[in-house]
Design a protein around this ligand. Structure first.
Ligand code: PEP
Ligand code: MG
Length: 887
């Protein structure tokens, strides 16, 4: 039979799947001989079984009884026994920590009798009734689903009657009567009495913890943190120790080092005569942990010893919860602590220097997402700008713009070139277009899992949320900040999504020192954080199997990406080279009626294209450069059909002759497509528009010949987009080969170059073996592959319904942001397998946005790609993640 219950002494820290993080670490501490109050853990499997069937799995109750009896025997008291009660806590604990998301009930076992036993035992009546009222309060909220404010109101009323705001001023008598009030609250709002039977209390609490796995906030948090929804939580049943006995007792939290900087020292808070959440709930002012030394040196010294034991044992920053009961220290929890991005890099290298971990382990202690955070520009703190408020740092970045109060204005102003900050009380799906248009989002309500925060993070947009000191008056179009500050619509503010600070006016932005370092700024290396980043990056580079290239279509981006460590270009999109002043030529080309006219426009475009390529090949000299032939539908280069129709209609009404406009309108109408993304684009252009791809190939190869003659080392890879069938590819490839022969004859330069294709249609992935017969390399275009696999129009779906999909958990993250492993990823895997089967050693890369997404990089490493390609700023992130993936 499945074992559902483990004594603390039976587990260890590697059993997080089964015992949850808290249970596994309590077991680990128990086995290290640290003072952990005895107890046992009910497994996540039991939770699973419960959530599936709605009932306790068979055998669980008996197993719990056996462990409870053993605990009772060990403690020499029985659960809720009237004269000498054993009390327990029931606490949730999933595999991954979900702070504040799930439930805890303390002091289980107290009832109208045992509260007196506890009073006598402790010689402290006040303490006993305080513990009892806490039980009813927590049990009422967690197990019986009563709104917490009914209890809050009752305790506030008791304090008010006493003329105090401090809960310590309530005496035994006050608390005894509060217990009665609380019991009435339970009857009134739960329609039942507070259960007096100790075992019933415990069983109901266990059930409530199981159920808390599926509360809305837990579901949203998991989605946010990408924690799988089917893990379930374990339940820890632990004998109570009391920090609320008297002033020689207390409870605290501590970190083994500073989670903000990584510096060693004594970090934490302590609160005398307190229990449970009191420390973090802010009911009274806590004291710095260092002051415990004066209050209780024995406990303090023991705690310092334990912290150093834990750090040595876990080889990482640990955070700790502890309680002191009448001068005796107890450990209630430890786990590897959360930290800021900067601290993660510092701590990883500090631990290497202390000899606790090696560099292989150090690169696993940081993430690409953390590195990306360190690369955001920041506000210049020395600028002396006026901070007007502070909220939650929901999504990092530094954004400056004019305040707007609704989505419509955000879109309107941003269309006319204004940078705007969308300010709302809270956002909802209707605000999505405004959020997309804005530089940043500011809300006065809602926390880190509010709509604004979740969606902004999803979009990589700066967001500060829950700035409750600000009053947002959408009707009058003003926001009021403390100190009489009034901000009107149109006023400029600056918001810092990394610190949560809000400033009036435009705060100057400076590049982060980490970016300055990547840019090659020598002075940045003095910074401790930069030095840590440099060491980690060097090691990640030495470990990684995959190369990292960049997506760049001009020399400037190519140079920057190269400084950032790019090993070539994975995607040079040529369509951007057809805009600006060249647009007229392209228009003429598209509208050409005769072959001569078309050839002459192509001939004019040729030297311009060649010059682009010369510059790019020079910037990437010696490294591979993948240049993609024209991809977008041609009407993208022509005027908008509606505007044009209006112009022609107005001219006609006025009886004017506008021959040019009319001709253009006919052409635009001819080229108009209902679904341009599925229309005449990519390789299809090459097949039907004579000379276009040949001109581009000629420009590329002539540029390469020119570079070679100048002593350079051009490494050209010509790439054909949107191929679905090998026949399409072959048609275009033949033209390219012919051009290459011509260019060789004309220039006398023999060039080594590759012709390959993008794999961005499901059919291409499925017939990759055939395509690989002709193509010398593949680059997976996961943007289009996602679009065509899901049938999602890239440009439409995000605004139309992605927020609903994210909210409903249909996917945890947009498939355009992180690769959908099961669907799109499977096509990539098939493409790799079939391609290599036909052509062993086929060069494989990816150039969709996913190439710079940490999670996707690991996937691409796993399926065996040779390189990922991403935007210049993502190159360091991809380097780090590729290194971590190889580790
Ligand atoms: C892709 O489809 O993944 C790709 C890189 O091409 P584009 O985004 O230019 O369509
Ligand atoms: Mg594409």
């Amino acid at each position: 039979m499945t074992k559902f219950v483990f004594d603390f002494a039976e587990g260890n820290r590697d059993m997080k799947d089964l015992l949850g993080g808290k249970g596994a670490n309590l077991a680990e501490m128990t086995n290290l001989g640290l003072p952990v109050p005895p107890g046992f853990t009910i497994t996540t499997e039991a939770c699973h079984a419960f959530l599936k069937s709605g009932r306790e799995p068979e055998g669980l109750s008996e197993e719990v009884s056996t462990h409870l009896e053993a605990l009772e025997a060990r403690m020499g008291k029985k659960l809720g026994q009237s004269d000498n009660p054993l009390l327990v806590s029931v606490r949730s604990g999933a595999k991954f920590s979900m702070p504040g998301m799930m439930e805890t009930v303390l002091n289980i076992g107290l009832n109208d009798q045992s509260v007196r036993g506890l009073a006598a035992q402790a010689g402290n009546e006040r303490f006993a009734f305080d513990s009892y009222r806490r039980l009813i309060q927590m049990f009422g909220k967690t197990v019986l689903g009563i709104h917490g404010e009914y209890f809050e109101e009752a305790i506030d009323a008791a304090k008010h009657a006493k003329g105090t705001t401090n809960d310590l001023d309530l005496d035994a008598e006050d608390l005894r009567s509060l217990v009665e009030t609380y019991k009435d609250v339970v009857i009134k709002h739960a329609g039942r009495e507070f259960p007096q039977e100790p075992r019933e209390q415990m069983d109901l609490a266990v059930k409530a913890v199981f159920e808390s796995w599926n509360t809305d906030r837990a579901v949203i948090y998991r989605r946010q943190e990408r924690i799988p929804g089917d893990l379930g939580t374990a339940v820890n049943i632990c004998s109570m120790v009391f920090g609320n006995l008297d002033m020689t007792s207390g409870t605290g939290v501590a970190f083994t080092r500073d989670p903000a900087s990584g510096a060693k020292g004594v970090y934490g808070d302590y609160l005398q005569n307190a229990q449970g959440e009191d420390v973090v709930a802010g009911i009274r002012n806590t004291i710095p942990l260092a002051d415990l030394e004066e209050i209780d040196k024995t406990s303090y010294d023991e705690l310092m010893n334990i912290m150093s034991t834990l750090e040595g044992h876990y080889k990482d920053l640990c955070d700790i919860e502890f309680t002191v009961e009448r001068g005796k220290l107890w450990m209630l929890q430890t786990r590897v602590g959360k930290r800021t991005a900067a601290a993660a890099f510092r701590i990883a290298t500090q631990l290497v220097d202390q000899g606790l971990i090696d560099m292989d382990e150090a690169i696993q202690r940081v993430t690409g997402a953390q590195l990306a955070q360190l690369m955001f520009p920041r506000f210049d703190e020395s600028s002396g700008m006026k901070q007007i408020a502070k909220g939650m740092n929901a999504s990092p970045g530094a954004a400056v713009g004019r305040v707007v109060f609704d989505s419509y204005t955000a879109v309107k102003w941003s269309r006319s070139g204004e940078k705007v900050i969308l300010v709302r009380r809270e956002t909802n799906p209707d605000d999505l277009n405004g959020m997309i248009a804005a530089e940043g989002i500011l809300t006065s309500r809602g926390g880190k899992t509010s709509h604004a925060a979740v969606v902004a993070r999803g979009m990589g947009k700066t967001c500060v949320c829950g700035v409750d000191s600000i009053d947002v008056d959408t009707k009058s179009r003003v926001m009021r900040a403390p100190g009489g500050v009034v901000v009107q619509e149109g006023d400029v503010i600056s918001i810092d999504g990394t610190s949560g600070k809000v400033y009036l006016g435009e705060v100057p932005v400076v590049a982060s020192p980490v970016v300055r370092f990547f840019e090659g700024d020598e002075t940045a290396v003095g910074d401790e954080l930069v030095a840590a980043v440099a060491r980690i990056m060097e090691h990640a580079d030495s470990k990684r199997r995959m190369a990292v290239r960049t997506n760049a279509d001009n020399a400037e981006d190519s140079e920057r990406a190269r400084r950032f460590g790019a090993q070539g270009i994975g995607l040079c999109r040529t369509e951007h080279m057809f805009l600006g002043e060249r647009r007229q030529l392209v228009e003429d080309l598209i509208l050409a009626d005769t072959d001569e006219e078309r050839d002459s426009r192509l001939a004019e475009l040729l030297p311009l294209q060649r010059a682009d390529f010369v510059a790019i090949l020079e910037a990437m000299d010696g490294l591979p450069v993948t240049i993609r032939l024209l991809d977008p539908p041609l009407h993208e280069f022509l005027p908008d059909i509606t505007e044009l129709s209006v112009r022609v209609a107005v001219a006609e009404a006025r009886g004017e002759e506008r021959e040019g406009d009319l001709r253009m309108l006919q052409a635009v109408s001819r080229l108009h497509e209902q679904n341009p993304m599925l229309g005449l684009r990519g390789v299809r252009l090459g097949v039907v528009i004579p000379g276009l791809f040949a001109m581009q190939s000629r420009a590329i190869l002539e540029a390469a010949a020119e570079r070679a003659k100048a002593g350079g080392d051009p490494q050209v890879e010509i790439m054909v987009p949107l191929v679905g069938a090998v026949q399409e590819f072959e048609t275009v490839k033949q033209d390219i080969i012919q051009v290459a022969r011509d260019v060789r004859a004309e220039t006398g330069v023999f060039l080594d170059f590759l012709v390959g294709t993008m794999i961005e249609l499901p059919r291409a992935a499925l017939t990759a073996d055939q395509i690989a017969e002709a193509a010398e390399f593949f680059s997976f275009g996961t943007n289009d592959l996602t679009q065509t696999t899901w049938g999602f129009s890239r440009d439409d779906v995000e605004a139309a319904f992605f927020s609903a999909y994210l909210e409903k958990g249909i996917f945890g993250v947009s498939p355009f942001e992180s690769i959908d492993r099961e669907g799109v990823g499977e096509l990539v895997r098939i493409g790799v397998e079939k391609g290599r089967l036909m052509r062993p050693g086929l060069k494989l890369g990816v150039c969709g946005e996913h190439g710079g997404d940490p999670d996707s990089v690991h996937f691409f490493d796993m399926v065996g790609l040779d390189y990922v390609s991403c935007s210049p700023f993502r190159v360091p992130v991809a380097r780090l993640e590729a290194g971590r993936a190889s580790g």
